[in-house]
Design a protein. Structure first.
Length: 482
């Protein structure tokens, strides 16, 4: 059995065993039905791995990113869900890669029509010719051949006028690269079929050693006259045409001559078996045995290897994707800080308490989300803080949690200001909030300028390319007219 089939069977057996062992594992119901078996297997593997290799899933950075992306949720639950999802995706990619590789291997084997005993099975006439790429192991040499395997020969109806027209055009159809039949230096196009005429032609050369029945030219020592006999048949109508050809030495090498002789032998063998359902390839040539094997494009191992590599890349890149999500969250928090501080200053200035201002901001945000608004990390943190307050957590501790969860300096500074106001009391709270709002607005303006400068730098490359295109459009016509 082929190597890839052993790989596919081994992996399939492993997947079946895992599927059986993980049948009782509970997994989330969201997601596609096709991925649920992989989630069960991933959950089973994760639990066993945590028992056998406790430090295997102990990335501090991943745990920190998960806690910041999903504030308030249990850390162990987030960690388990993340690694199980990652392992499930890797298993799914590995299974898909193996399946595609096996399918490619099966398709490649179906293309093979040469049997181990050197026999090729012909198709019916409805399917037409099939090109086969075969390799001859002849002694110490190896030669490639591409041969059209013809279907079984059947008869059809005839038309006299078509045959007459074909006879008139025949000398021009077989010339190939030659100027005329009186000076033939390269192969002639002696085919059994011609696209312009649906007739069958059987060629016979008076000197096969000089010009083969298939039009291949062998190296004569001097110019030689060759008579070509064309047996033309179209249904019941048959005609024989004689053509006089002058063959001149083309100067081929010994290797080319051997190749052509073997190809002539191969085609002659096929013509002798055209009425048979199978074609037995010659087993020897000039006393030397020939081993035939078919060259079939087989990308199955490459597909399987690509699937395995994709599974590894999925496992490695998901951590980076998690970190990128965290970075996008931080950028969003930076953008929304100025707006939040302005709202706090506005509500406190209107006579609200800090707790009331938080609840007002959270309530407006919830109403916006119910109306189809987009979720915001900063407002989600405020909403979570309000829920902590309603659950009985003290204001000071809730504001400390608020700053710590965001992990950004400005939010920590704001939470410290609010906690100090609660503990010590401050008549300057409103003034300090307004100062903080002005400061955050200035920082936001500076960040916007920096992003604009970065965008301008990124545009330099496409601008240079556009300049090159414009210069080419201007210069090429100018130079062509000089």
């Amino acid at each position: 059995m082929e190597r890839l089939y052993w790989i596919a069977l081994t992996l399939a057996g492993c997947f079946l065993i895992l599927l059986f062992l993980s049948r009782k594992e509970e997994v989330p119901q969201e997601g596609t039905v096709l991925l649920r078996p992989f989630y069960r297997m991933a959950m089973y593997l994760y639990k066993k791995s945590c028992l056998w290799f406790p430090k295997m899933f102990a990335s501090v950075q991943v745990e920190m990113d998960l806690r910041q992306l999903h504030p308030g949720e249990p850390g162990e639950y987030l960690k388990t869900a993340y690694y199980v999802k990652k392992a499930a995706l890797c298993l799914a990619v590995a299974a898909l890669g193996t399946l595609l590789g096996a399918a490619a291997k099966f398709a490649a084997e179906n293309q093979a029509i040469l049997k181990e005993d050197g026999t090729i099975t012909r198709t019916g006439y409805q399917e037409g010719n099939r090109e086969v790429h075969i390799i001859a192991d002849y002694g110490q040499r190896q030669m490639d051949f591409r041969v059209e395997v013809e279907p079984r020969l059947l008869t059809g109806e005839a038309a006299e006028e078509l045959v007459e027209a074909f006879v008139r055009e025949l000398p021009g159809l077989i010339l190939g690269k030659n100027e005329s039949l009186q000076k033939v230096c390269s192969d002639l196009l002696l085919s059994e079929k011609y696209e312009s005429f649906p007739v069958a032609v059987e060629w016979e050369s008076s000197a096969p050693g000089v010009l083969s029945n298939e039009g291949q030219l062998f190296a004569p020592q001097e110019a030689q006259q060759v008579e070509l006999r064309a047996g033309i048949a179209y249904g019941d109508c048959e005609r024989t045409v004689l053509l006089q050809v002058t063959v001149e030495p083309p100067g081929v090498t010994e290797e080319e001559l051997l190749y052509r002789e073997m190809e002539e032998m191969l085609l002659q063998s096929q013509s002798e078996s055209v009425l048979s359902e199978t074609w037995k390839l010659p087993g020897e040539w000039r006393g030397t045995g020939i081993g035939w094997r078919q060259s079939v494009e087989d990308n199955s191992l490459a597909l399987w290897a690509a699937g395995m590599a994709a599974a590894v890349m999925v496992f490695l890149l998901l951590d980076r994707d998690l970190h990128e999500q965290l970075e996008r969250r931080k950028k969003s928090l930076h953008r929304e800080y100025s707006e939040i501080v302005h709202k706090l200053a506005l509500f406190v200035g209107a006579g609200m308490t800090i707790r009331g201002a938080f609840q007002k901001i959270a309530g407006d945000y919830e109403a916006k989300c119910r109306g189809g608004g987009k979720k915001s990390p900063a407002y989600e943190e405020i909403l979570y803080t309000c829920r902590e307050l309603r659950s009985g957590v003290s204001e000071a501790l809730s504001y400390e949690h608020f700053g710590r969860r965001t992990g950004l300096q400005e939010y920590v500074r704001l939470s410290t200001l609010l906690v100090q106001n609660l503990k010590r009391g401050s008549s300057t709270l409103l003034e300090r909030l307004r100062d903080e709002a002005d400061k955050s607005a200035e920082e936001r303006l500076q960040r916007s300028k920096k992003l604009g400068e970065e965008a301008g730098t990124k545009l330099l490359v496409p601008m240079v390319l556009m300049l090159a295109v414009v210069m080419a459009v201007i210069m090429i016509p100018a130079l062509s007219n000089m």
